[in-house]
Ligand binder design. Structure first.
Ligand SMILES: C[S@@+](CC[C@H](N)C(=O)[O-])C[C@H]1O[C@@H](n2cnc3c(N)ncnc32)[C@H](O)[C@@H]1O
Length: 174
């Protein structure tokens, strides 16, 4: 498995995902002295420096809501995935993003996807040409088969618990 994490920050999944991991972030600047970012490649999600069909999985973890042009980021994810490859977008739920809105108001972030309903997510993926778009909302259903296939279950559970309520969107590259 070749796995690309876009917006990887500290790259906490390197070494724990089952496969060859590449982490991309727009910056390598540490969040704080004790909290470093650790990307393999510096790049913008809206223009990835990888050849077509280079990966089997493209993962966005708590990063997609920061992107200013979601359709373009999805298009880049699709281009870098092999046919039949999977995108997994794990993020805060709409309710959590609303709660965090004050945090983002000053930066203009989280405007792109913050208001999307589950049906909107499905439409967004369909419009981008993805097959089999699926949306799972709330924590219990996220502890499922797909999640544990990408990330070992204890780590995934810790991740979900931290997020209050979460959403997982998946699609298959045509
Ligand atoms: C909340 S952190 C999540 C880090 C990591 N994925 C995790 O789950 O621990 C979001 C990351 O996305 C990165 N990011 C934001 N906009 C980006 C963009 N346009 N392209 C690439 N990375 C971006 C940020 O720099 C940040 O490191």
């Amino acid at each position: 498995m070749r796995i690309l994490e876009v917006g990887c920050g500290p790259a906490q999944y390197r070494g724990v995902v089952r496969g060859d991991y590449v982490g991309v972030d727009i910056t390598a600047r540490a969040y704080a002295p004790e909290l470093p970012r650790d990307p393999d490649v510096l790049a913008d999600a809206h223009g990835l420096p990888f050849k077509d069909a280079a990966f089997d999985i493209v993962l966005f973890s708590a990063a997609f809501h920061l992107l200013v042009d979601p359709p373009r980021a999805l298009s880049e994810a699709r281009r870098t995935l092999r046919r039949g490859g999977r995108v997994a977008i794990f993020d805060y739920s709409r309710r959590t993003l609303e709660r965090l809105a004050g945090t983002y108001a000053s930066t203009g972030q989280a405007e792109g996807v913050a208001t999307l309903t589950c049906a909107d997510w499905v439409r967004l993926l369909r419009a981008g040409g993805w097959r089999d778009p699926q949306v799972r909302l709330n924590t219990s259903s996220l502890r499922g088969r797909l999640a544990s296939a990408i990330v070992p279950r204890p780590l995934w559970n810790a991740w979900v618990d931290r997020m209050e309520r979460a959403i997982l969107i998946t699609g298959t590259a045509p």
